[in-house]
Ligand binder design. Structure first.
Ligand SMILES: [Zn+2]
Length: 442
């Protein structure tokens, strides 16, 4: 995974200033390295600590496009975990001594560094063997705790779904039989996916200004625990990988195109690079530690972005008129399919419950898969894939569903309600252009 973390440039200058790395579309900041503030110095040390921790945890550094020599230095020095933990504690104390900045963005920046560093320290403790419960871990790493739902909550939703699929045998099998009618044939996958990307991009660029030279490439891969991944490479470029291990249903085209691309991860990373790295020279945003509060905002906005790009009936209309025909599926069944999907979507938190019980050691992997089959309606192979995801990413699962709900509540509380689409886009853009973390959404 880590070999895709390409650097955006090949400058090897000492005193590298990200504000000087222009794509020509943004105004560079005037500050020279000699005028670095205390915050800039702490930010630089934070980036180096993230890179150092990446030497111990292959999944940790999700993206890096800062100075390439910092990465080389991390690789050659391989600082031990205890030293990384002490340095993180030192930086948290240094931030606490800093006076509260006057401007909102500067306040958010300071809070961002504090929370990201304390999450880094928690990840160090975990790698050293400390056992955290699911909720302790999600609070420490993602700045949030997901609500707990009883089985009865999911059972009520399943009872409603039963009416759509009368018959005997497990509901998951009846649901799966229905869903098999909506698989995108492998040979049509790229064409369908490209249509979805094009639509997501058009809708996004109507409402926000994207960097002129942004783009991404798509690859189809196998043997992964995730279904899609955005590898941000800096310079407004992403590599998006789509896992084809399991059948890809028609709803995944728009979901993946919005989530990984527009207005999801690709746009989030590109706007952070434009507004924070290039315009302000905030070097800390050239690195993205996966197990950190930033991920809740990233996943939450990527999932909520689907509804922002395709509000109300627009999704079904687009699917019926464009994607179903492109996939060779019967367009007259689009509405029926999305009615069922809307109900299944209400089961999203069932994955948190399976993960919570599994991570807390209350159930084993086989029981977690059975829980997912029963309460999240995942067929056996998908449930098994999801348990592998739990093994690799643990409490990260909350970022998708709780993240989405927190982002929705935040944007709606600021007036971005479904009946005000322009305001919804405006607040969405503001959120993904800022250092705001989960505890700042309250
Ligand atoms: Zn994602």
């Amino acid at each position: 995974m880590r070999n895709v973390m390409a650097a955006a440039c090949c400058l090897l200058l000492t005193g590298w200033n990200p504000a000087d790395q222009g794509a020509g579309t943004t105004k560079p900041r005037a500050a020279a390295p000699a005028q670095k503030s205390t915050m800039d110095t702490i930010a630089e040390q934070y980036v180096k600590l993230v890179l150092a921790l990446g030497q111990h945890d292959a999944d940790y550094v999700d993206a890096y496009y800062g100075p390439p020599d910092w990465k080389k230095a991390a690789e050659s020095s391989k600082v031990d975990l205890t030293a990384i933990g002490s340095k993180a504690a030192e930086l948290v104390s240094a931030l606490a001594r800093e006076r509260e900045p006057a401007g909102e963005m500067e306040r958010l920046r300071r809070h961002y560094l504090q929370r990201q560093l304390s999450a880094l320290a928690a990840r160090v403790r975990m790698l050293k063997g400390e056992k955290l419960s699911f909720d302790e871990e999600s609070r420490a790493l993602y700045d949030a705790v997901a609500p707990t739902q009883p089985e009865s909550h999911f059972q009520d939703i399943l009872d409603r779904l039963e009416k759509s699929f009368p018959g005997s045998g497990p509901l998951v099998e009846r649901y799966d039989a229905f869903r098999r009618n909506f698989v995108i044939p492998r040979e049509k996958l790229d064409a369908v996916f490209q249509r979805a990307i094009q639509a997501c991009r058009e809708r996004t660029s109507q409402h926000m200004t994207l960097p002129a030279d942004e783009h991404f490439t798509v690859e189809y891969v196998t043997g992964k625990s995730w279904s899609g991944y955005n590898w941000y490479q800096g310079g407004f470029r992403s590599l998006i990988q789509v896992n084809t291990d399991l059948p890809i249903y028609i709803d995944r085209a728009v979901d993946l195109a919005c989530h990984e691309g527009y207005p999801g991860h690709h746009v989030y990373n590109a706007l952070l690079e434009k507004h924070l790295v290039k315009d302000r020279g905030w070097i800390e945003f050239t690195v993205y530690p996966l197990f950190s509060p930033q991920s809740l905002i990233a996943e939450g906005t990527a999932n909520f972005g689907i509804e922002v790009a395709f509000p109300g009936r627009e999704r079904v209309e687009f699917e019926r008129s464009v994607l179903f025909p492109a996939a060779g599926l019967d367009p007259s069944r689009a509405a029926e399919y999305y009615e069922v999907q809307a109900l299944v979507e209400e089961l999203a938190y069932a994955a948190n419950e399976a993960a919570r019980r599994y991570i807390n050691g209350q159930i084993d992997g086989a029981a977690a898969a059975r829980w997912l089959e029963r309460y999240a309606l995942m067929p056996h192979d998908r449930a098994t894939q999801r348990v592998r995801f739990f093994d690799q990413y643990r409490s990260y699962v909350i970022n998708y569903n709780l993240g989405k709900d927190m982002v929705r509540r935040y944007i709606e509380s600021r007036g971005g309600t479904p009946d005000k689409p322009a305001k919804r886009w405006e607040e969405f853009e503001k959120l993904i252009s800022s250092p705001r973390l989960p505890s700042d959404l309250k």
